[in-house]
Write a protein that binds this ligand. Structure first.
Ligand code: P6P
Length: 340
């Protein structure tokens, strides 16, 4: 049963989004249209990622982005697709992209709207050449400035002010998973008809967690508290949980698995880096929002992520997300050993 009580089989994402709109007081249909355009962007990007090896869009462009990462041709295609589908609709006052250093204004020939769309157009894109699942992550806020072109403060909002967030994962199948704050639902693309159909209604983190997920090659660079936590996981969580370890190196793939299997995904600070790796606005907040909507908890390691007030578009932050008891255990070790 979906979060909206659907029990018939053919539920398209368009129908589901419209039903969600009825749950939101004073909804005008703008958010519905925005979510439907994101789904369309996902279909267009999927059509390229599934043929990456066949058409000349694999590989790097030779440029590096604001993150200092090599820009893949598919990154640019995904960014452009999301921008072009949303720049003229009058629904947004600004956009933010992991691929763009500054906030992206709505072109002056178009109307400014009430929402802000932030996206990582193709998270994990460095894995494309290895056919690892990658994806698009998005966050939607209502603007906080009264009108006109959006400003930075419209984008720099905390997780608790997210109106909707989700992702499209391009893997063995293409799925769109999203939440408007009433739980999480997943839709699988039927490429024959070009529709996202409800396949994973009302996703909830399983009580019995299956995998823990962290890049153990950085263990030597982690703090005493994080190392102690890892040792606790490796040694069976005091007999409480019997989990395996899985880590793909594409956040969207690792967190998609987490949503369906339960466990924990974490990316700690490293003692030799000024800041962590994962982007607060483009990765950890939207994915953390979904985890909490599915009954889990997301933390910086010392405090709930939902308390963080972003101060920069490309701010990075440590993250621990998953089943609440596993995340709280990480916080305990970090507090005990690192005096955080
Ligand atoms: P590492 C991909 O580049 C990414 O931003 C996330 O998708 C992923 O979780 C992380 O970096 C992987 O980083 O250092 O483990 O390779």
């Amino acid at each position: 049963m979906s979060t909206l009580g659907f029990d018939d089989k053919i539920v398209t994402i368009e129908r589901h989004i419209q039903e969600q709109q009825k749950q939101i007081p004073h909804a005008t249909g703008t958010l519905t249209g925005l979510l439907q355009d994101i789904a369309l962007a996902g279909k267009m990007i999927a059509s390229r990622t599934t043929r990456a090896g066949l058409v000349d869009i694999i590989g790097a462009t030779g440029e590096t982005n604001v993150q200092g990462e090599k820009v893949q041709k598919l990154d640019i295609y995904a960014h452009e697709t999301l921008f072009r589908l949303n720049d003229h609709t009058g629904r947004l006052c600004a956009m933010g992209s992991e691929e763009a250093e500054e906030l992206i204004p709505i072109p002056e020939q178009f109307e400014n709207g009430d929402y802000v769309l932030l996206f990582d157009p193709l998270d994990g894109s460095s894995n494309i050449n290895y056919n690892v699942s990658v994806g698009t992550i998005f966050t939607i806020f209502r603007r906080v400035t009264p009108s006109g072109p959006g400003e930075l403060e419209d984008a720099l909002q905390p997780m608790r002010r997210i109106v909707a967030a989700g992702y499209i994962v391009y893997g063995s199948s293409t799925m769109m998973v999203y939440s408007c704050g009433n739980g999480v639902d997943g839709f699988t693309l039927d490429p024959q008809v070009g529709e996202f159909l409800l396949s994973h209604p009302n996703i909830r983190l399983p009580e019995k967690p299956k995998y823990w997920s962290g890049n153990m090659s950085y263990y030597p660079k982690w703090t005493k508290g994080v190392k102690a936590y890892c040792d606790w996981l490796i040694n069976g969580c005091d007999g409480k949980h019997k989990m395996s370890m899985r880590y793909i190196g594409s956040m969207i793939a690792d967190v998609h698995r987490l949503l369906l299997s339960g466990g924990i995904f974490f990316y700690p600070n490293e003692t030799d880096r000024a800041e962590a790796k994962l982007r607060l606005l483009y990765e950890t907040m939207p994915m953390g929002f979904l985890i909490e909507q599915a009954g889990g908890y997301v933390s910086t390691g010392t405090e709930p992520l939902r308390n963080i007030q972003p101060t920069d578009l490309h701010q990075r932050m440590a993250v621990y997300m998953g089943n609440r008891d596993l995340v709280e255990k990480a916080e305990e070790f970090i507090t005990e050993y690192d005096g955080a």
